[in-house]
Ligand binder design. Sequence first.
Ligand SMILES: Cc1ncc(COP(=O)(O)O)c(C=O)c1O
Length: 424
Amino acid sequence: MEDMQKYDFTSILDRHGQDALAVDEIGAPGGFAPAAPEDGFDAIPMWVADMNFPTAPSVQKAIMERTAHPAFGYFRPRDAYYEAIIRWQRERNGVSGLTPDCIGYENGVLGGLLSALRVLCSRGDSILLHTPAYVGFTNVLRGSGYHIVESPLLYQAGDAKSGGPEGAVPVWHMDYEDMERKIRDQHIHVVVFCSPHNPCGRVWSREELAQAFEIFEKYEVTVISDEIWSDLLMPGKVHIALQSVSEYAKNHTVALYAPSKTFNLAGLVGSYHIIYNRTLRERVRREAALTHYNEMNVLSMHALLGAYSPEGAKWVDALRRVLAGNVRYAVDYIRAHFDGVTLAEPEGTYMLFPDCGQWMLDHGKSQRELEEMCWRVGVALQDGGMFRGPSHLRINLALPLTRVQEAMERLDRYVFNACPQPAP
Ligand SMILES: Cc1ncc(COP(=O)(O)O)c(C=O)c1O
């Protein structure tokens, strides 16, 4: 609790004019940003997947210390960079046996995804992707000429195996039969996997991952595993690194990580891969080198050093408690007040992905109309359409609790309980 007072998760950070898409893009025409609110409402940024909290003090300190030295020439990553990642992976994810040669810089997780795809597939090849899916995946896959085969996650009542509560509360599951049929019939050899899952918030259990890998091994599938959200878990949840699931998983997985989601560093850019299989690793690195675009920025290296430090770890623990409180508040509020809206309990990430399908039907509103109603009162969330959620909203909860409370109250008063039902 001491750390909660030490770090500031309650002040409303003014990000205007400070290079923040989340606030400065609101109201910009022509894109996918939320429209500006009506007079009398301020915008509460709940769309872009970054946080409205200051980063860990250890990150700022590391960057400032480095900027005090006045030369920023060509460089190689320090040994400390690899050591920090190895320590972080051991302490946070229980990863043992990781060595520096298995770690490589990636200029963004999506850049790493693309390098791996170029090694593993021909253009036009079919790639399996669970849906709903992070829009970055669909954009990269489509934009680079791959064929997406969707395996929709099932939205069903929870069961003990998935770690979900018993009973009526929905939980997102993998559909193993669907995955196997598609992999087999469409000769699929690459899966793009997201763990924890954005936008559904699932933290996959070891049993679920093992079951998936039984299929992957049977059909010689390589997995590109985006684990960028692995640090942001709800209480009691544990991230299982995909590569720890089996020997096959270790040797047939390209794992992608970054401190950017965890520490709010997306603007600094700096992700990394872990690849144990030497051939695969050398080919992925060769592919990335061909573009000459995959070079690390020195300040991003120092940001990682400040982040993946003992002080950074304490900050993340405090952040996780704040996010858990925000998620609890929002989930309880929505379940208690918004009839026709259901949602699974997020187990990780700071995103909510409520399904408003019944509400939309009851009130004769489209997803777009619903979203615009939210925007008008300054709740700058995103609709789930881009993420393959046809009746969903995607709500970022990484902001001070008072802002989450304000947003829920506005949604209650002006959106979900505002419009009368149409006459039958
Ligand atoms: C699942 C997932 N992967 C990757 C990214 C982006 O990562 P990067 O900025 O390192 O490309 C995001 C950002 O929201 C994400 O949610």
